[in-house]
Design a protein around this ligand. Structure first.
Ligand SMILES: *Cc1c(COP(=O)(O)O)cnc(C)c1O
Ligand SMILES: [Zn+2]
Length: 426
């Protein structure tokens, strides 16, 4: 199904249409499209904007005057009809911290950390879900659906709950408990499919087609990367439109990194920045289809999914074109890091900066370290690391990274027998 049945008509003056990422055909905006009407279900679309209109609405001054403390300060960049978002969940406008300690340790001129684990459902996926939910409402749907094992699903459920939309989530039987608890708490109708992820996805697609729900699927729906691009818009604005030399992003399906590139491209188009940062795509060595393809100069091949960073354990990425373009068009690089270094990054970011990311959330930081060691990032350059999800999403691996507490009987003499003071002074 490439055309979304529209129950209402939208008026979006700055949305010109769509370009297929495979055949490069252009489709003017008459109908809401999901995928290319010519190439079919797997051909993802780009959304084309009239930058003259965006430029007329947005400037440094207009943004400077805008006190909206959410991603909706960038409404003018999104493929949505005009609407008031002040009562929606507060997605985005997450903090960008400078990390004096870690930049010194690594030999960078500056290191910034964007903590997207602070979104309402604790991951960057909220940026995409917020746009998907807004689009579903705009088109007159009352139910939104997706299949996912984790953050996309819990984020969809949370944002939909706030707007009074019903949510149907399809998860494979082995879905992680923490994320499952979130979806259920948000009142989603969760279907636990007795089968693997591929079978889950297929059932969800058949059900969405049959019942006509709105399809929140990052691998199909082009508005998802548009929502995620607000992370890049924020990084640029928070750095006074002088982004760092590098921006590092962990990569699973490739929608996030693709979106980050789109945000910088938009700002370049309207003249708010004068160069796009080099984008570093980071994967685990346990599951690195993009890194392998780039190293061997060949197309992507399915790979085993063998990493503890579950959010980027994606052997067959669904958004490859946008992801590869982000790295090549920005002059960036691909890099893979072992899982031990991902756990180490959890420990270091937590203890050095008070930032607690899930494994996929801190993978970008591990990637910056490796890129420096390999000479891909040069000492004296500047970098931003995007933390994509909170450490509370995956307590099992957090405990693996962080170690055990000191065990002690409730008595001061007993406490003195422990190595607490030695540890404090070391
Ligand atoms: C989804 C996700 C990613 C990767 O995003 P893709 O669009 O799949 O590449 C990274 N980190 C976290 C925490 C995620 O939830
Ligand atoms: Zn096409």
């Amino acid at each position: 199904m490439s055309i979304l049945p529209r129950k209402k008509k939208s008026n979006i003056p700055h949305l010109l249409g769509y370009t297929c990422t495979i055949c490069h055909r252009h489709f003017p905006y008459e109908e809401e499209l999901l995928t290319c009407p010519v190439c079919g279900d797997t051909a993802i679309l780009d959304i084309d904007y009239d930058y003259d209109i965006i430029r007329r609405h947005v400037s440094r001054e207009s943004l400077g005057r805008d006190h909206t403390n959410s991603m909706w300060r960038y409404k003018a960049f999104l493929p949505l009809a005009e609407r008031d978002f002040t009562s929606s969940l507060r997605v985005g406008w997450t903090p960008l911290y400078r990390s004096i300690r870690l930049e010194a340790e690594l030999g960078l001129k500056a290191l910034y950390i964007k903590d997207d684990g602070l979104n309402p459902t604790a991951s960057l996926k909220d940026r995409a879900s917020a746009v998907a939910v807004a689009k579903a409402l705009e088109l007159g749907y009352d139910t939104i659906s997706c299949s996912s094992t984790g953050n996309a699903a819990s984020s969809c459920a949370g944002n939909a709950a706030r707007e009074g939309l019903k949510t149907v989530i399809f998860v494979p039987e082995r879905a992680p408990q923490g994320k499952l608890a979130q979806m259920l708490a948000f009142g989603a109708h969760v279907v636990s499919v007795v089968g693997d992820y591929r079978e889950t996805f297929n059932l969800s697609r058949a059900a969405i087609d049959k019942y006509g729900w709105y399809n929140r699927n990052a691998g199909i729906n082009p508005v998802m990367a548009e929502g995620k691009k607000t992370a890049a818009l924020e990084i640029a604005e928070q750095l006074h439109f002088e982004p760092t030399d590098w921006v590092a992003v962990s990569v699973g399906d490739g929608c996030t990194i693709g979106g980050v590139y789109l945000g910088f491209r938009d700002l370049l188009e309207i003249g708010l920045i004068d160069r796009i940062p080099k984008i570093l795509g980071v994967q685990s060595t346990g599951c690195s289809p993009f890194v392998d393809a780039a190293r061997d100069h060949r197309p992507l091949r399915p790979t085993p999914e063998n990493t503890l960073a579950d959010s980027i354990s994606v052997g067959v990425p669904r958004n490859p074109v946008k992801a590869q373009r982000a790295v090549s068009a920005s002059g960036g690089a691909w890099i893979a890091v072992p899982d031990e270094d991902i756990l180490d990054a959890m420990r270091v970011m937590g203890s050095a900066e008070g930032i607690f990311g899930e494994p996929a959330g801190v993978t970008a930081f591990a990637g910056i370290k490796h890129a420096l060691a390999q000479g891909v990032i040069k000492p004296g350059e500047t970098a931003t690391c995007l933390v994509t999800g909170s450490g509370l999403k995956d307590v099992v691996n957090a405990l693996r990274a962080a170690g055990a507490p000191i065990r002690c009987l409730p008595d001061l003499e007993e406490l003195e027998k422990t190595d607490l003071i030695a540890r404090l002074n070391s």
